[in-house]
Design a protein around this ligand. Structure first.
Ligand code: ADP
Ligand code: NI
Length: 217
């Protein structure tokens, strides 16, 4: 990264910290820091320049409707910020493409095309939703929304059943509805490798959770 890019990235990090500093919905500053590190690691392994992916990773949640009350205002503020930081028009276009197409829910409808830079940030964001951190974030989020931990009577919603999305699914169901499916959606070979290890952590956790729930000591 050149000096201008380093300055732009530092400013974007401060901007992100200001927006996400108070978040308790799973989009906290530490989530962003992990996604940035994973993005850097994947870029290095895939031999891709880090600047655009890391900038997009840093900013990927600052316009999310779960985080800001007014998405249009948040978008305008981010546009102004990027222009003020002299991020080039081409780079700005790619940043917007990445953060707009990143989210899993948008991809449920039909798979959106992403540049390699975008695929890397998407992989990093998805990796932070699985494994030990994924387990922790999911229970943290469930506590935040008041969901039950587990209810064996409520079956996980299947892939066929997308329209019947229940916001208050028990936390354990979220693993079957989303988290265990993320492994197969990784774009890069580097992310697939990390995902395989994290998948096993979740499978072991679910088996142990159910054994303890059932009193199978
Ligand atoms: P992002 O926008 O970073 O891709 P989400 O907003 O979908 O992530 O979710 C943030 C965190 O909250 C994730 O770790 C996710 O697994 C968890 N989460 C999202 N929806 C649910 C749910 N219905 N039940 C439990 N956890 C959830
Ligand atoms: Ni995220």
């Amino acid at each position: 990264m050149n000096e201008l890019q380093q300055r732009q990235l530092a400013a974007a990090t401060a901007y992100m910290q200001q927006v996400l500093g108070q978040d308790h919905s799973g989009h906290s500053v530490d989530h962003i820091q992990r996604v940035v590190r994973l993005t850097t690691t994947i870029c290095q392994q895939e031999q891709v320049a880090v600047f655009v992916p890391v900038l997009a990773a840093t900013l990927h949640d600052v316009i999310d409707d779960k985080v800001v009350s007014d998405v249009e205002t948040a978008r305008q503020e981010l546009r102004d910020f990027l222009t003020m930081q002299q991020v080039s028009v081409t780079e700005q276009a790619e940043i917007w493409q990445i953060i707009d197409r990143l989210s899993f829910s948008k991809n449920l409808v039909h798979k959106q095309q992403l540049s390699l830079n975008g695929q890397i940030v998407q992989d990093a964001d998805r990796l932070d939703a699985i494994g030990a951190i994924g387990i922790a974030r999911t229970f943290y989020y469930g506590g935040h929304t008041g969901a039950a931990m587990y209810d064996p009577a409520i079956k996980p919603r299947t892939q066929m059943d997308k329209s019947a999305y229940r916001k208050q699914s028990p936390v354990i169901n979220h693993f079957y509805e989303k988290l265990l499916l993320l492994q197969d959606s990784m774009n890069t070979a580097s992310a697939k490798k990390i995902a395989a290890q994290r998948q096993q952590v979740m499978l072991d956790f679910l088996a142990e959770f159910k054994a303890e729930w059932n009193g199978d000591v």
